[in-house]
Design a protein around this ligand. Structure first.
Ligand code: URP
Ligand code: ZN
Ligand code: ZN
Length: 504
């Protein structure tokens, strides 16, 4: 058969199956055959997987690149750094831009990222925002990419006129809303405006569900008691739930992003048991870390500040693993929100109130890096540690994010899918190692996962039939990544079941 590339002798895993001694034939970037001992015409490139696992390339559906973390600090933001309709000065990005972020992605087995185009100015049309992010990403991405749009002001013009354009012209079929962070948050009235339009257009609404008033109240009162060190970021953000009721009222699918603990997981599970189209996302930081990581001295705890916070109790961590296993969590994303530690506008901002030598959590930009470690953590700490099956690993890191967000050619190893593959090391050949930040390929000066042992790591990352990462080295080109227009979600949508006589 006429292939450009044949990967030989792998243990091929999909979300449903495992085939040993299996070959994969690739032509023009697409998988065209999967099976044992594929006959090959001369001239095809061959890679011997030596019996190792081959999994679909990771799809990371929650990645912040070229973004201002300013908005996550508990003060009004300096909007002069954002110009309407023009690309913001990259000097203001205190973390990864598309080049460094996607370089890091491929080095960790991720072949597609869905990043955010963020409406930063309250009065801003989203069309120039999308155009700006296209300019920021074009020829700057090592892997394939798509966009969600963050909506901070859903005017009638945006939800009625621009949402249809976003779907039809740009192939963007999801938006993210915040219920907290002063510059970003929407009121319930505005959330209903978005859901109403999203339902009509088949848009998936991602919700950052924390309670702004509770957080503001707690923060004020903690500050009065001088409880301001990084650790109390967690104290200020207790688990609370509201948005599922809004989604049920509007009969529209939502994904609850970055779920951190047992109580929220239970709310989602209960909603799913009632057959509501409510999807859940968790992240490795909630599966592998606990809140004591925020107690580290020398302000090191700031490195683990993200929202929602990493929880205190081991039971919350266990609930994340249980939720992955029982299907409560549809996807595991990184929420890669990289903010440098040693930068005055990075985590060091938390020390800018000189009266408080141990820092003020309200001033610390939220978020942590993880696009490179997500897939290896789940493989090593999940599959190889016996916590989840190889198929479940594929489902939550690749297949489900692709289905949920309408990436039709991503997320599986089967004829017709893009040849996005991760070839792991044969286990007998791999020497476990302890992670340090120097091993990673992002532009951030720390990793919250420093010190964790890895029992395997991607040996090859392949995107559309091309090797982009091999034996620790990124060999792909920055301009190789393609923008992917997305279809509507392939997972269950509205049910046409109503709480009252109300119909949209
Ligand atoms: O703390 C986080 N997660 N920061 C990034 C912004 C967000 O809410 O996803
Ligand atoms: Zn969020
Ligand atoms: Zn995020």
């Amino acid at each position: 058969m006429d292939f450009d590339l044949v990967v030989r002798n792998g243990t091929v895993v999909t979300a449903s199956d495992i085939w040993e001694s299996c070959d994969i034939g690739v032509k023009d970037g697409t998988i065209v055959a999967v099976g044992p001992r594929l006959p090959v015409a001369p001239g095809a490139e061959e890679i011997d997987a030596e019996g190792a696992f081959i999994t679909p390339g990771g799809v990371d559906a929650h990645v912040h690149l070229s973004q201002f973390y300013e908005a996550t600090v508990g003060v009004d933001i300096d909007r002069s750094i954002v110009t309407n309709g023009a690309i913001p000065d990259p000097e203001n990005f205190v973390g990864d831009t598309f080049d460094t972020g996607t370089r890091s992605a491929v080095a960790g087995g991720t072949t597609t990222v869905i990043t955010f185009a963020s409406q930063m100015r309250k009065d801003e049309s989203i069309i120039p925002v999308i155009e700006d992010y296209h300019k920021l990403a074009k020829d700057q991405s090592y892997c394939d990419y798509a966009f969600h749009v963050i909506i901070t002001n859903p005017t009638p013009q945006i939800v009625e006129d621009e949402f249809p354009r976003m779907v039809d012209e740009y192939g963007i079929t999801s938006v993210k809303l915040y219920m907290t962070y002063k510059p970003l948050r929407l009121l319930d009235y505005q959330i209903l405006d978005v859901m109403y339009s999203a339902r009509k257009l088949g848009i998936t609404t991602m919700v950052h569900a924390e309670n702004a008033d509770v957080i503001d109240w707690m923060t004020q009162h903690l500050e009065k008691k001088l409880m301001t060190q990084p650790y109390h970021h967690g104290t200020s953000r207790p688990p609370i739930n509201r948005v599922i009721c809004l989604a049920e009222l509007m009969d529209t699918p939502i994904l609850l992003v970055h779920i951190s603990g047992g109580p929220a997981s239970k709310h989602i599970r209960d909603a799913q048991t009632r057959l509501l189209p409510i999807y859940g996302e968790t992240c490795p930081q909630y599966m592998f870390l606990l809140a004591d990581s925020m107690r580290k001295g020398d302000f090191e705890g700031a490195k683990c500040i993200c929202s929602p916070p990493i929880r205190e109790d081991k039971a919350d961590q266990d609930a994340m693993w249980a939720g992955v296993k029982n299907g409560t969590f549809t996807i595991v994303s990184s929420d890669h929100a990289p903010s440098k530690f040693n930068h005055p506008n990075g985590k060091q901002r938390g020390l800018s109130d000189g009266n408080l030598p141990y820092g003020k959590f309200r001033l610390i930009p939220n978020g942590l890096p993880g696009v490179e470690t997500r897939v290896p953590l789940l493989f090593s700490g999940g599959v190889l540690s016996g916590r989840i099956s190889p198929q479940k690993f594929v489902e939550v890191t690749s297949t489900n994010p692709a289905k949920l967000y309408g990436l039709k050619k991503k997320g599986s190893i089967a004829p017709g899918f893009d040849a996005d593959l991760v070839i792991w090391y044969p286990q007998a050949k791999f020497q476990s190692f302890t992670l340090t930040n120097e091993m990673l390929h992002h532009a951030v000066d720390y990793t919250p996962f420093e010190g964790i042992e890895f029992k395997n790591w991607p040996r090859y990352t392949i995107i559309r039939g091309k090797v982009v990462f091999i034996h620790g080295e990124v060999v792909g080109k920055m301009e190789y990544g393609q923008y992917i227009r997305r279809e509507k979600s392939l997972l269950a949508g509205p049910r046409d079941v109503w709480l009252s006589e109300w119909r949209p």
